[in-house]
Design a protein around this ligand. Structure first.
Ligand code: SAH
Length: 197
């Protein structure tokens, strides 16, 4: 092989994270035009977002660029890289679908937008937080793609901090705004993984 399995995993991760950015940008631009009627931005949520960014982007990027922390490197095999690539690709496809479905109701933090609609179709029919499911799957893909305990697992750890600091508050906010409509939706769906959680 021309490149090692480890290098291949890193290259695929870099392509994946760049693709993630190009999927996100147009939605972020569009969302900026929609007025926010209720803003629940908090220091705790910003900390969660920072953790997600650190674990899913900054730490793995430093690892790919510098090899740090090389003491935590472990062996790779081609099946791990294939599994990682497939998981990451699926996560990106799912991430794009959730963005398309959520449309103008999307926010980077906890916010209610002008004429906010409760979305419960498409990926939102499977689970209540499909965008967070896609982050979890990206973290899982990262763990398989990067042969390093720290850089590999940082994504799942960062995701967990973001998710658990946020999800209870997000659901309380949605219940406050949508009342029984949201509690019915909660009864029909799991948070992240159909049938499980
Ligand atoms: N938790 C969702 C959405 C993440 S974006 C997911 O993982 O897919 C966060 C914003 O989306 C929140 O500020 C909230 O205003 C909005 N939101 C969350 N669930 C929603 C739903 N079912 N319908 C409409 N907006 C929702």
């Amino acid at each position: 092989m021309i490149v090692s399995t480890a290098t291949l995993g890193k290259i695929i991760w870099v392509i994946g994270i760049i693709a993630w950015y190009f999927i996100r940008v147009p939605f972020e631009r569009r969302a900026k035009r929609v007025r926010i009627v209720s803003n629940r931005r908090s220091a705790v949520d910003m900390f969660g977002l920072g953790s997600g960014l650190l674990g899913l982007a900054v730490i793995p990027a430093i690892y790919v660029a510098t090899g740090f922390p090389s003491e935590a490197d472990h062996a790779t095999n081609v099946f791990g890289v294939i599994l990682g690539a497939a998981t990451f690709a699926f996560a990106l496809w799912f991430f794009r679908r959730t963005h398309k479905e959520l449309g103008r109701n999307w926010s980077i933090t906890l916010e209610i937008r002008d004429k906010h609609e409760l979305i419960s179709g498409g990926p939102y029919a499977f689970v209540r937080h499909p965008m967070y499911t896609s982050f979890m799957l990206m973290g899982l893909g990262q763990a398989f793609l990067l042969p390093n305990w720290v850089a590999g697992l940082a994504g799942l750890a960062g995701f967990a901090v973001l998710f658990f600091l946020r999800v209870g508050k997000e659901e309380r906010m949605m219940l406050e705004i949508f009342g029984p409509q949201y509690s019915d939706y909660m009864n029909r769906t799991k948070r992240l993984v159909p049938y499980l959680y």
